[in-house]
Design a protein around this ligand. Sequence first.
Ligand SMILES: Nc1ncnc2c1ncn2[C@@H]1O[C@H](COP(=O)(O)OP(=O)(O)OP(=O)(O)O)[C@@H](O)[C@H]1O
Ligand SMILES: [Mg+2]
Length: 282
Amino acid sequence: MEAIRLKNIGKNFGEKKVLTNINLEIKEGEVFGLLGPSGAGKTTLIKILTGQLPATEGEAFVFGKDSRKLKENNFREIGMVMDNSGIYERLTCYDNLKLFVNIYKINKKKIEEVLSLVGLGKEKSTPSGKLSKGMKQRLILARAILHEPKLLFLDEPTSGLDPVTMKSIHELLLELKKDGTTIFLTTHNMEEAAKMCNNIALLHEGNIIEYGRPEELCRKYNTENQIKIFIKNGQIMSLENIPDNAAKIEQLFKQGEVVSIHSSEPNLEKVFLALTGRRLEE
Ligand SMILES: Nc1ncnc2c1ncn2[C@@H]1O[C@H](COP(=O)(O)OP(=O)(O)OP(=O)(O)O)[C@@H](O)[C@H]1O
Ligand SMILES: [Mg+2]
């Protein structure tokens, strides 16, 4: 069975159409990335999937269950990291997690295990209101994975974090992926999507305008096909990647002139730009 299935999902807020005809399937164990600029409808889609908002049209299923009818035992299988953090600022990191250990009826030992997994072992007794932004985000993640959910919804889990914290979160997520957790991730960060995701969808003005494996999409929209050669005198040569240019490149190598050589790495940012004329960060 697939972890997630969306059938013709549409969502309006009053007159405003926010999502149109969204169809999607996410297999168990897959990391799926929903990419799109601010206001594209990413959070709205997660809210529909997790039963926090009703769709205007269509149906959403989580492990085969209609998302409008998710019950406690279904939520036992789901973890969420959303903007509305749900962290109690006055409670320590430990006590924040303890609340959820009680709700999920799991062993208290798990608290320290998860805190150290997200690198907050030393902050165990710190009130969460005193944590830095990156630390708080890791506490939210700790809470989301505490009950070992089969499915994780992560709404921009690394947005605004420093590269080191971001990397540690990526490593943790890759571990969870290896263990078979299904992950639904939204992000503005193309590198993050390329690194983590089996499949991605590009959401633009409420429509999925492209879907596929990150590397496939990059290849599909790679129109540049240029090779850049950095030469010792500081010059940069840009040559089309065709057999006719092989001799020229060989010559430069023989003369010992080459500092470095780069192919035009197609990236998801370029794919999005080609499709929408907009950059993702805008
Ligand atoms: N409760 C609501 N009532 C009215 N409009 C809403 C509501 N929630 C979201 N919207 C609108 O729906 C659109 C999509 O919002 P959404 O939060 O899903 O975007 P997003 O892709 O998550 O953006 P971001 O990257 O900034 O988080 C926006 O135009 C937003 O103003
Ligand atoms: Mg959002």
